[in-house]
Design a protein around this ligand. Structure first.
Ligand SMILES: NC(=O)c1ccc[n+]([C@@H]2O[C@H](COP(=O)([O-])OP(=O)(O)OC[C@H]3O[C@@H](n4cnc5c(N)ncnc54)[C@H](OP(=O)(O)O)[C@@H]3O)[C@@H](O)[C@H]2O)c1
Length: 284
């Protein structure tokens, strides 16, 4: 049993106690392993109700053994029916406050190599890393609208990557999908700026997880279990604090500062005079 961090902090003040022990409902895609599982643990420590999903039943069972408070749902986020079923299951009790789009894969591709040229492996990576978070975001926002919760505070957190800011050669699809997710996140945040939905983007460092089974990533050696735990703790703390860009480690922070594009509100307003929806665009 993990002890609730918010519950402990709450003891000093009755009002804080009500606010802090009122648990949020959190959904972490791919929360059965790696960084997602560590995030789940820290949300649980904070007193939240946490759902995680993954494709592999055994990995889900292992996650629940490690953190018995989490609720595991077998779902493949690249499958439309699974996404709908997942959202239905999580929102059955009437709440979902934090969606963490974390599930991703990273594979090697080489467009000079017959193996890559003979397969359509790119499709799976595009579906899991890019289409799924976009579609889950849509389903979450639709559920909020249809259930009368559009005015409640909520958070959509995208687990991005410095790889989305850099053109990696060994795994170009991973870079492409994370660059796409980064771009979608910036546009979404601007679209939702007058709503109570906070759109967060997290840039983890290289971590020693199961993400890259067919790639050697030397810097992952510095991202062992303690670093994973620390990155997860800092990420949950930053989400709690309402931060929009989360840089939970010096390595990721240095890469973001060197290669990330930042747009302030004035620049976003200026850029977005360049394309305007025509009246009637949303009619059949
Ligand atoms: N590791 C790094 O160096 C690093 C660096 C920067 C950013 N990140 C980002 O951090 C996030 C977590 O990565 P990680 O390193 O923790 O990877 P990981 O150890 O491979 O864990 C990935 C998780 O996603 C799940 N998953 C994969 N495909 C799925 C699908 N189609 N449907 C549902 N669940 C799926 C996996 O479970 P199943 O396989 O059972 O489905 C697993 O729980 C990713 O967004 C990654 O891009 C990682």
């Amino acid at each position: 049993m993990l002890v609730s961090r918010r519950g402990l902090r709450a003891g000093t003040d009755e009002h804080t106690m009500v606010a802090m022990t009122g648990s949020r409902t959190v959904l972490i895609t791919g929360g059965s392993a790696g960084l997602g599982r560590a995030l789940a643990r820290h949300f649980v420590i904070g007193g939240d109700t946490v759902y995680v999903c993954g494709r592999n039943e055994a990995t889900l069972a292992e996650a629940i053994r490690e953190v018995p408070e989490i609720r595991g749902v077998r779902a493949d986020v690249s499958v439309a029916g699974d996404r709908i079923g997942l959202l239905e299951q999580v929102t059955r009790d009437g709440s979902l406050d934090v969606l963490v789009n974390n599930a991703a894969i990273a594979r090697a591709h080489d467009y000079t190599n017959p193996f890559t040229l003979a397969s359509d492996r790119a499709a799976e990576e595009l579906a899991i890393n890019l289409a799924a978070p976009i579609e889950l975001t849509r389903l979450f926002l639709r559920w909020r609208l249809e259930s009368g919760r559009a005015h409640d505070p909520a958070t959509i957190a995208m687990i991005s990557s410095p790889a989305g800011l850099l053109p990696l050669e060994a795994n170009p699809l991973y870079s492409t999908t994370k660059a796409g997710l980064h771009s979608f996140t910036l546009s979404l945040r601007w679209q939702l700026r007058d709503t109570p939905v906070t759109v967060v983007e997290v840039f983890p460092p290289a971590l020693a997880t199961n993400l890259t089974p067919d790639l050697d990533v030397p810097s992952e050696a510095d991202g062992g279990p303690e670093v994973i735990d620390e990155v997860a703790r800092k990420t949950v703390d930053a989400i709690d604090a309402g931060e929009r860009v989360v840089l939970p480690h010096p390595q990721a922070e240095a890469l973001y500062r060197s290669f990330g594009r930042t747009f302030d509100d004035e620049m976003m307003a200026r850029i977005n005079t360049g394309a305007i929806r025509r009246p009637g665009w949303d009619q059949e």
